[in-house]
Design a protein around this ligand. Structure first.
Ligand code: NAP
Length: 544
């Protein structure tokens, strides 16, 4: 395989030629570009946004912040980068992460190969040439040996299909498409639709600005405190001195983050011991609760002890018992919908200018020109904030008309739900890679750690092909079948299937109900991926 140098594109109708096209310039796309350049390959990144950052470019709503700790939610591939960058808080805010990614783009001189404000609309595999043809919404035509989808798991925003929403005379926003110039809600009556992670982060901020905030809640969520704060110089120093060891620990862990996993069963513990354990983890903050006992996510009764602990916290924080009751999740197990991490979320409902509306009990009938009307009455609003989530994991891929061998579309191949081999490749779609795709730990892990693992696996794979003068790699159907069966099998031992979460596509009408991420843990998963590679890419068909 020769190094196919880039020709110039394209407004003239010419076709540009690259070794690889990468779709997306977030954490995944940036590192993929850096790695491919390191292999001496030509690569082009197409990015729909006007800047780097992906998720962190679009989700700039008030309070947007990562709920994985900044020292862990950052690249590990460059010692120099780790030494020079100073995170300021335990959990980094959106502006800080965006600054970091801009720094990375500049430091590694990545921008010249990124074309911004350009959306890939079609990708077709040419079987004779063993190359992909790529088209963008700006008329670019490109061919590439390899395509890497760095499109993100939560990048296709979902707006609520509420009758009349287009006729609303006030302003409407989606947390996943927040205006770069920001929004001043001072003195406005604001309605927030949704109570997932995005809403839980922005509600306390909106409540401090708005004259009145109306929260339209369909399903209450479990949320735990972040206990965010500045990072101490000692902690930063320790991290920098021991980063290699800490990163190794995280790579071998279950979630890809530092959580002490208690091996004990919640049911085997005495009530006082359980209380102590949950209290300690609540005080620690963030996802520490997930590791409190080994069976929380496996056993309904064990799970109920954790659920009840969080419910008791809600009752203790929220003064009005009726409001506390509405905020209390009851109909799905703890942590089987994405656990939320907040700062002052529940306490915000003690404010006089915040009203919680349970739209499961009193459903929204329509959006009128002046507000939201439920079966009980109308709420006059100046602004509506939709915190209504995303078409997760598959949405961004399905927006592109991807056609593999025999002209078969990804839509057809995934009509019953996503199917991948290792979450990285798809049978019938040679030389196409999905970073943190369905069937990999992705959204159940520290995304940056999982992204790095995939980028490195993919670049090693491409290097392997090049060294052996092979033109293509493609998952065998049997290997894909076996992996899908394994992913489902592991899921079936957990309580995840009991929740109507976006993990199973329940938030998108008509989406096949399939649990999409791999729950086996990042350490186990990495070993499986590495074993496939060291055995000469077992389960793949390699062609010259
Ligand atoms: P989400 O978790 O899917 O929440 C969407 C919310 O909107 C849910 O409460 C949903 O209710 C509600 N909703 C949707 N359509 C509605 C309708 N027609 N009427 C009333 N309510 C409606 O979305 P998200 O909050 O944007 O979070 C998505 C994921 O992004 C998170 O789970 C997390 O993985 C990631 N995220 C991470 C961070 C972070 O790192 N801090 C921050 C934000 C997001 P139902 O539950 O009833 O469907």
């Amino acid at each position: 395989m020769a190094n196919e140098q880039a020709a110039s594109v394209t407004e003239s109708g010419e076709t540009a030629v690259f070794d690889a096209v990468i779709v997306g310039a977030g954490f995944a796309g940036l590192y993929m570009l850096h790695r491919l350049r390191g292999l001496g390959m030509s690569a082009k990144v197409y990015e729909a946004g006007g800047g780097v950052g992906g998720t962190w470019f679009w989700n700039r709503y008030p309070g947007a912040r990562c709920d994985v700790e900044s020292l862990q939610y950052s690249y590990s591939f460059s010692d120099a980068l780790e030494q020079e960058w100073q995170w300021t808080e335990r959990y980094a805010s959106q502006p800080e992460i965006e600054r970091y990614l801009n720094h990375v783009a500049d430091r590694f001189e990545l921008r010249e190969d990124i074309q911004f404000e350009t959306r890939v609309i079609a990708m077709t595999f040419n079987e004779d040439a063993k190359r992909w043809s790529i088209r963008t919404d700006r008329g670019d035509r490109t061919t590439a040996r390899f395509c890497v989808m760095a499109t993100g798991c939560l990048s296709t925003a979902k707006t609520p299909d509420l009758q009349g929403i287009d006729a609303f005379q006030g302003d409407t926003y989606h947390t996943g498409h927040w205006p770069a110039e920001g929004v001043d809600f001072t003195g406005r009556r604001v309605g927030v639709i949704g109570t997932g992670s995005s809403a839980i982060q922005c509600i306390p901020y909106l409540a401090r600005q708005a004259s009145h905030l109306f929260v339209f809640q369909r399903t209450p969520n479990f949320s735990v405190p972040a206990h965010n704060g500045p990072l101490s110089p000692q902690l930063l120093e320790d991290w920098k001195a021991n980063r290699v060891r800490y990163r190794q620990r995280d790579r071998a862990s279950h979630f890809g983050i530092r959580i002490e996993l208690n091996r004990k069963s919640a049911l085997g513990a005495q009530p006082e011991e359980r209380q102590r354990e949950y209290d300690a983890r609540w005080c620690d903050g963030g996802f520490a609760m997930l590791g409190a006992f080994a069976d929380i996510i496996l056993n309904r009764e064990a799970n109920e002890t954790a659920a009840e602990f969080v419910r008791s916290k809600i009752r203790a924080i929220v003064r009005d018992p009726a409001v506390a009751e509405k905020l209390t999740p009851k109909d799905y197990p703890f942590a089987t919908k994405r656990l939320c991490v907040d700062t002052d979320y529940y306490a915000t409902f003690n404010r006089d200018n915040v009203t919680l509306i349970d739209v499961r009990a009193t459903p929204i009938r329509e959006v009128t020109s002046t507000g939201v009307r439920t079966v009980r009455g109308e709420y006059a609003l100046d602004s509506i904030v939709c915190a209504t989530g995303f078409d997760a994991m598959t949405g961004a891929l399905h927006r592109i008309d991807i056609r593999g061998r025999g002209g078969v579309s990804l839509q057809q191949h995934w009509s019953g739900g996503p199917r991948t081999y290792l979450g990285i490749t798809i049978a019938g779609f040679p030389n196409l890679f999905t970073i943190t795709g369905p069937g990999s730990p992705s959204v159940l892990s520290n995304m940056v750690l999982s992204i790095e693992q995939h980028v490195e696996w993919i670049s090693d794979c491409i290097s392997y092909l090049r060294n052996r003068k092979l033109a293509s790699i493609e998952a065998a159907v049997e290997a894909e079948d076996a992996w899908v069966a394994h992913v489902n099998d592991v899921t079936s031992y957990t309580l995840f299937p009991f929740a109507n979460s976006w993990y199973v596509g329940a938030n998108i009408p008509g989406k096949p109900r399939v649990f999409m991420p791999y729950v086996g843990g990042v350490g186990v998963y990495r070993r499986k991926c590495d074993a496939v590679a060291t055995q000469g890419y077992q389960g793949f068909v390699l062609r010259s």
